[in-house]
Design a binder for this molecule. Structure first.
Ligand code: ZN
Length: 413
């Protein structure tokens, strides 16, 4: 008998609903499938018995309230997750269930065994001996990122409604779109959400607790060449592609994702396209320190200036836009929010794994909007592709953690 009866049925239902986001869309949410799914979640929230269930037209968030059942005023806690899935086939997800995994066998995803989960290749599989794993059939991603978070939040709220003897304050729920394309939380309405602090249930393996993220900027480099016939090109032609190559080579060659880890930042060339006449490059720039990000941005701008000095003004235009900042800047003044999660994990027998995220979370943006929002494990492993899997036991522990955080919030305030 499962600990939370509906946790896995809910999860399996959610992952088989396609909700891939689309970076090239001009609408928000980026895809209609997300809107449909968000409305389905509203039905589930109402069925569970939550209040103020609404779809916010302005930002595509579904929000809801579990009203306090005690007299004393305790801080309002929020839980958030995103409904979209990453840039990988998400049509026709067929979850496979592997019970009592032995921690060493190869798991065939498709019937023919073209795609397999092999512990030699994925040593993280060895952590799941004796557990029930949910995998893909090799043709899609699973969408545990972040349908696990959605199912866990739903389950925790259901549990609190079913157990009115458990004391709780106001708890706010938010399910949002387009995390994977980095735009969903831009439109988050912190004032309307009105939580004192919140958690995104969007981390990976058990114990993950994240409150430090990169500072992030995006850079576009547009290069205008001068194209003349190669026979007459001497001292006249400016080959935009060559300028692009020179620009890339002027950046520190060791400060790239494939050569950095831990707390090191980088410049990452995402795309380069062009002709002799013009070229376009897209970069992301990352650094854990805010000063470090500013220094990197200034360095890239200086490279562009130097090239303009050489080839003529306006040949190289670098446009740099900040994307999000390290939420530790906010959380350092709200470490009780981190402590609450850490203590809750320990109380339910989990060893917290606190590490800086070499990326961002929706919580990075939301924290800067005034709601400190660390990220907690939801369970997904090997996210964003066909090798994604999640363990049932980890998902149950995520629900345990949320319920314990509620207990501690009531006890401590
Ligand atoms: Zn996610």
């Amino acid at each position: 008998m499962a600990k939370y009866e509906k946790l896995i049925p809910r999860f399996l239902e959610y992952v088989t609903t396609e909700t891939r986001s689309d970076e090239n869309a001009t609408t928000s949410p980026s895809t209609q499938t997300q809107v449909v799914f968000l409305h389905k979640l509203m039905d589930d929230l109402k069925e569970i018995g939550l209040s103020d269930v609404k779809y916010n037209e302005s930002n595509g968030y579904v929000t809801a309230l579990l009203p306090s059942n005690i007299d004393k005023k305790v801080p309002t806690m929020g839980f958030l997750s995103h409904v979209d899935t990453a840039d990988f086939n998400a049509k026709g997800v067929k979850p496979q269930i592997v019970e009592n995994y032995d921690g060493e066998s190869i798991i065939k995803l498709d019937e023919a065994g073209k795609f397999v989960l092999d512990p030699q290749e994925f040593p993280n599989m060895k952590n799941y001996k004796g557990q029930t794993l949910i995998t893909t059939d090799g043709s899609t991603l699973l969408g545990s990122d972040d349908k696990s978070g959605v199912a866990e939040i739903m389950t925790a709220m259901d549990f609190l409604v079913q157990h009115p003897e458990i004391k709780h304050g106001d708890i706010k729920i938010g399910f949002g779109p387009d995390e994977e394309i980095g735009t969903g939380a831009d439109h988050f309405d912190a004032k309307d959400f009105a939580a004192d602090f919140a958690y995104t249930m969007d981390g990976g393996p058990i114990g993950q607790l994240e409150y430090e993220t990169f500072n992030a900027a995006a850079m576009k480099v547009d290069i205008q060449g001068k194209n003349v016939h190669p026979s007459e090109a001497k001292d006249i032609m400016v080959n935009a592609l060559q300028v692009a190559v020179d620009f890339q080579n002027a950046l520190p060659s060791d400060e790239v994702p494939e050569k950095t880890d831990g707390r090191q930042g980088f410049y990452h060339l995402l795309s380069l396209e062009g002709t002799v006449d013009e070229a376009h490059m897209a970069y992301i720039i990352r650094d854990f320190e805010r000063d470090g990000l500013e220094e990197r941005k200034a360095f890239a701008a200086k490279v562009a200036d130097q090239m303009n000095a050489k080839y003529g003004e306006g040949r190289v235009v670098a446009t740099i836009k900040d994307q999000y900042y390290n939420m530790a800047e906010v959380l350092k003044d709200h470490m009780d929010v981190v402590e609450l999660a850490k203590d809750a994990m320990e109380a339910v027998g989990i060893k917290p794994l606190i590490e800086p995220v070499r990326g961002g979370t929706d919580g990075s943006k939301i924290s800067f909007m005034g709601i400190p929002t660390p990220n907690i494990f939801a369970g997904a492993e090997n996210m964003h592709g066909r090798y994604e899997f999640v363990s049932v036991e980890t998902m149950e522990k995520a629900v345990d953690t949320m319920l314990k955080m509620n207990d501690l919030n009531v006890e401590r305030n």
